[in-house]
Design a protein around this ligand. Structure first.
Ligand SMILES: Nc1ncnc2c1ncn2[C@@H]1O[C@H](COP(=O)(O)OP(=O)(O)OP(=O)(O)O)[C@@H](O)[C@H]1O
Length: 375
């Protein structure tokens, strides 16, 4: 187990900056996911840790060793690839042991023992003499994971290891990988573009966009306190609703609606930003359609009702802007209905329209720090 630290790390491919000035500490034993859209630099970050890409500038350390110039084989890492990269002509047993035989001088009995243990941990002990082609996708994935486990690395690096599995198996393997992480406690860096995967498996998530680190936080922090508009829009399904608003005193005024903030919240907003031009964000699941409104509401007209199992997604119109509302299946308005929509002040997100930063972030950080200091 080991800590992985990035200090001002950059990666250029020719003139293309794929990763920009990353500072990041992944703690000993942590499960951290790198999440972002295609081309955001996730794989490049992982491949720099692995030594499959040079680091253009800055330093990466594992434990107390700077690894920039250390051969990939000696970095104490083991990688699981998206396509598994199994040797087709070798049995599962040989696939599991090959890397160890090649790179260590461990006695055969120790290698055999590790292979048996890993196979048992992954439930593939009955398949050790088969070739990869004779295995299901899920079993091949387990062999790829087993090959990393037998090396007993300081850090696991996983590049979209579940993306070739069907939805059901993927869910199952998520639980399996979490169990293995709980059992072994090995620091794990996990690349995915699947936010559900990142949200369910990770201690912390690193959000990347265009090579720039957008936010590092627990799944709860990322979901409830997105640092900026990019993260707010990227996380959550269906996506967060956004409205341009202006703060007048404690009144938020937008096209087709007004919302009275409490004096305390309005004060926090004014303390955190100098602009009155804001973007209001509210998640579809934080909105409610109410028959007899108590308190403030927004008026909307229902355009589409989309049943999705236990929920309905309602797409409604507020003065020409679309509002997505996620309600339980027993709330089922008709298309064309005028509905009253309610939400709690606690659930709104406000962003500085120009800088795109969450205006509450400063206040939240201050609160978090105070809590840390008193604990
Ligand atoms: N070998 C390379 N040569 C030139 N440019 C590259 C190379 N590898 C990656 N890039 C560029 O670097 C940027 C980051 O790519 P990277 O593969 O790290 O992103 P990613 O977030 O992992 O994307 P994906 O989810 O599609 O795998 C992209 O703009 C990509 O085009």
């Amino acid at each position: 187990m080991s800590r992985v630290s990035f200090s001002d790390v950059e990666k250029m491919y020719g003139t293309v900056r794929a990763v920009e000035r990353v500072d990041l500490d992944i703690e000993d034993g942590e499960f951290v996911s790198l999440l972002g859209p295609s081309g955001s630099g996730k794989s490049t970050v992982l491949r720099m840790i692995a030594g499959l890409e040079d680091i253009t500038s800055g330093e990466i350390s594992i434990g107390d060793r700077v690894i920039n110039d250390i051969h990939p084989r000696n970095r104490g890492i083991a990688m699981v690839f998206q396509n598994y990269a199994l040797y087709p002509h070798m049995s599962v047993r040989d696939n599991l042991s090959y890397g160890l035989k090649l790179t260590s001088d461990l006695p055969k009995s120790t290698i055999d023992e590790r292979v048996e243990d890993a196979a048992e941990m992954l439930g593939i002990e009955d398949h050790l003499d088969k070739k990869p082609a004779g295995l299901s996708g899920g079993q091949q994935q387990r062999v790829a994971t087993g090959r990393a486990i037998v090396r007993e690395p300081e850090v696991f690096l996983m590049d979209e290891p579940l993306s070739n599995l069907d939805a059901k198996l993927k869910m199952h393997m998520r639980t399996e990988l979490q169990r293995i992480h709980d059992e072994l406690g090995t620091t794990t860096v996990y690349v995915t573009h699947d936010q559900e995967e990142a949200m369910t498996m990770s201690d912390r998530i690193v959000i990347l966009a265009e090579g720039v680190l957008q936010q590092v936080g627990t799944p709860d922090e990322i979901y409830n306190h997105p640092a900026n508009l990019f993260v707010a829009d990227f996380i959550g399904s269906p996506a967060m609703n956004f409205f341009d608003v202006r703060l007048n005193g404690s009144l938020l005024a937008g096209e087709g609606f007004e919302y009275q903030l409490s004096n305390a919240t309005a004060e926090t907003v004014r303390e955190s930003t100098t602009t009155a031009e804001l973007t209001l964000g509210i998640r579809p699941e934080d909105l409610d359609i109410v028959d007899s409104p108590s308190g403030q509401t927004i008026q909307a007209t229902v355009d589409v009702v989309e049943p999705v199992g236990s929920d309905n997604y309602i797409y409604a119109d507020v003065a020409g802007q679309e509002l997505t509302i996620r309600v339980s299946a027993d709330t089922k308005p008709e298309v064309g209905d005028a509905v009253s929509v309610q939400f709690d002040e606690d659930d709104i997100h406000l962003f500085d329209t120009e800088t795109e930063q969450n205006v509450f972030a400063q206040a939240e950080r201050a609160t978090g720090k105070a809590a840390e200091q008193t604990s």
